[in-house]
Design a protein around this ligand. Sequence first.
Ligand SMILES: O=C(O)CCC(=O)C(=O)O
Ligand SMILES: [Fe+2]
Length: 200
Amino acid sequence: MDLFSSDNITNILPFDGVTNYHGVILDKEKADFYYQQLLENINWKNDEAIIFGKKIITKRKVAWYGESEYSYTYSKVTKTANIFTKELVELKEIIEKESGETYNSCLLNLYHSGDEGMAYHSDGEKMLKKNGAIASLSLGAERKFSFKHKESKQRIDVILERGSLLVMKKDTQTNWLHRLPPTKKVNSPRINLTFRTVEI
Ligand SMILES: O=C(O)CCC(=O)C(=O)O
Ligand SMILES: [Fe+2]
């Protein structure tokens, strides 16, 4: 396999958006190294969200990092970002080079097993740069990821391999929802990093 080549980048969406799957961009050794580092050194917290007016705590853990300690609102709860660690700066540089885009923040998700996932949504928070690229790096267990068109309801599935990069661009968030479906087939953890641009 030719790592770091741009030959095999494909837009997995048939229309109304551009979402490029770059395949595996980190070799096994690097993917394992960063997975372990992030598992140990990230300030993981159970996510809080307000759903139908009630505060809920998710099993999945999350963490927000950025270039400064900006405050942000996610799932109707306001929090403060952590400052990028050395490993996150390294990964950001690798991903910026691979995707040809820049980012100033990162949302990390830790799914302990296949029981944990994320429901259909699009990433359209007000603070996010409109139509800015969102680059998703997957570490640990391989999981299925699904898109659903908001009108036609067409579904597109992709397997996010360990060390792979998926970049959602242009009007993807306007026209498509995405989710990480729970699965009985996976019983080991996965870490996902989504690099984004927030307007501070
Ligand atoms: O875990 C993933 O692959 C995606 C996470 C996601 O969609 C998000 O954090 O907005
Ligand atoms: Fe998302």
